[in-house]
Design a protein around this ligand. Structure first.
Ligand code: ATP
Ligand code: MG
Length: 314
């Protein structure tokens, strides 16, 4: 009779040897499992599930693109003030101003006209991102600033290979220095936004409660799906944020209901009210937290930061 090696080892009459082999086998199987777990966590960076759960890894920032191709819906206001609120909650935050309008930069008090180096130089000129990042007046908050020169980036990227991955590569060099990186995207679905979505783990979508909001949203969701399919399979929607929420306006409720119907739990519970202090603070080069911490706008963004952070721990 042919006895397999495995069986031979377990033959009676060799109890001591068998026990040793068994112990080795168990140890090996544990080691294998640990190796497998390690490899999986390396691949996933052990970091998120599709809901964005399990966060706070020490050495790598979570990257959130703030995007909506519709203009004036509160992307920059939300990117700047959520970044400031997270910084206030002692998170190290980098805000990437990926919009040639440079509103996030000027809103943080940066003289964008006199910048020697900015995002454009990192995007296409090979200047390390660390060289262009500036500390802001807000403790824990840094910015990669931009100005109108960034318009040229979009054109220069067209002729480049792997043009969708530039920002991802740039952010990889600084990711270890921050807890969160927020990207303020421009109001278009061009290469700057695609770079933002490719570099990000998740996308936060600010939307104004107005009649055409849903229409633009469908197009954005389509783009997110395409980016997910082609460039960034793990990208997910962090949440939809209702901005300039006006309790007195019936349309606000109708749009909010419609959004909730389509996106359910993906809509942040926190809404950002229409608040004149929020529209004033950029002209003073200040975030709402510095400008008027007691305003309804400041409280809303602090609440949003709280909700956002809670979401990371699910
Ligand atoms: N909650 C709010 N209450 C009052 N005004 C607001 C609020 N949010 C944004 N605003 C104002 O609305 C205008 C558009 O906001 P913001 O610049 O944040 O939008 P955006 O989506 O970044 O615009 P763009 O598409 O041009 O980049 C700004 O003047 C801003 O100050
Ligand atoms: Mg903007």
């Amino acid at each position: 009779m042919v006895v397999s090696n495995e069986k031979k080892l377990l033959l009676p009459g060799r109890p001591l040897r068998n026990a040793t082999v068994l112990v080795i086998e168990i140890a090996l199987s544990f080691a294998k499992k640990r190796l497998k777990a390690c490899a999986t966590s390396q691949n996933n960076k052990g970091f998120y599930n599709h809901l964005g759960a399990k966060m706070e890894q020490k050495n790598r920032a979570k990257i959130i693109a703030v995007a909506n191709q519709k203009g004036g819906v509160g992307k920059t206001t939300s990117a700047v003030n959520l970044a400031a609120a997270l910084a206030k909650k002692r998170k190290k935050v980098l805000l990437v101003d990926s919009d040639p309008q440079g509103n996030a930069s000027s809103g943080l008090g940066i003289q964008i006209g006199s910048l020697e180096q900015h995002l454009y130089h990192s995007y296409t000129g090979g200047v390390p991102l660390t060289d262009i990042i500036l500390k802001t007046k807000v403790v824990n908050l840094s910015i990669a600033p931009s100005n109108i020169d960034l318009v040229a980036t979009e054109m220069e990227l067209i002729s480049m290979e792997k043009r969708e991955f530039n920002l991802q590569k740039m952010l990889a060099t600084v990711s270890g220095n921050f807890d969160y990186i927020l990207i303020d995207c421009p109001p278009s679905l061009g290469l700057l936004t695609v770079n933002g979505l490719t570099a990000a783990h998740s996308v936060l979508i600010p939307m104004q409660c107005e009649y055409y909001a849903m229409e633009g949203l469908a197009q954005l969701v389509k783009t997110i799906r395409s980016v997910k399919k082609i460039f960034n399979k793990d990208l997910f929607i962090e949440g939809l944020l209702l901005t300039m929420y006006d309790k007195r306006n019936k349309l606000t409720y109708q749009v909010a209901d419609e959004v909730a119907k389509h996106f359910g739990k993906q809509v942040f519970k926190t809404v950002i009210p229409r608040n004149v202090r929020l529209s004033e603070c950029p002209s003073h080069g200040q975030t709402i937290i510095e400008y008027d911490i007691r305003s309804s706008g400041a409280m809303a963004y602090m609440n949003l930061a709280g909700e956002f952070l809670k979401q990371q721990r699910v």
